[in-house]
Design a protein around this ligand. Sequence first.
Ligand code: SF4
Ligand code: SF4
Length: 193
Amino acid sequence: MDNYEKNYLSKRPQSLCSMCGRCCRVSTTSVPYARLLEMCEAGEETAMDFLGIFEPYSSTDAAREVDAELVDNVINQLKACNNYDESNMTFYRCKYIRDDNLCGNYENRPLLCHYFPGSAWAVVPPGCGFEGWLLWKREEDKQKIRHSKEQLLELQVLKCRNLTPEFQDKAAEVEKKIQKTIDMYKKYGSEFW
Ligand code: SF4
Ligand code: SF4
């Protein structure tokens, strides 16, 4: 876990979770099921943790029968980012979620449950208690990226004023670092912020 994640999680108000259990009943991953299985075979901890508790639904329609609003919300969000591939879409259900919405594996639940939603960009079920807070955290990310873009513009100006090779090299190095930060958020649309 990197420092950003630690910092994010330490400030996340867990009390916002209304314990509706929807994220346990219908979940999905950013990688296809076949890839998850390969990752498990390779001993990747996160994939092993996930498939240790989640079982795939037989089809998207089977997941829709449990929570159609959630399934359609995920699909619509993926479509909006041109990231939807029906053939690679799998929904999962945790085998430990109880009828009263409580976790039947609470003491031994993996870290991924403990930290959900683990990023400002996590897709949560509609009506999840974290929705508003996530929007706020996303806005913070956007502001950070806007500031980085301003820094890039300032650097351009400084490069025009100081043509020494030393300064140009240093500026190029800094530009690369700033651009890397912006690119980290590209999949969320950072080029338009
Ligand atoms: S969907 Fe949100 S509010 Fe419901 S149990 Fe999951 S994290 Fe908590
Ligand atoms: S282990 Fe518990 S908290 Fe984690 S997904 Fe399953 S029911 Fe939810």
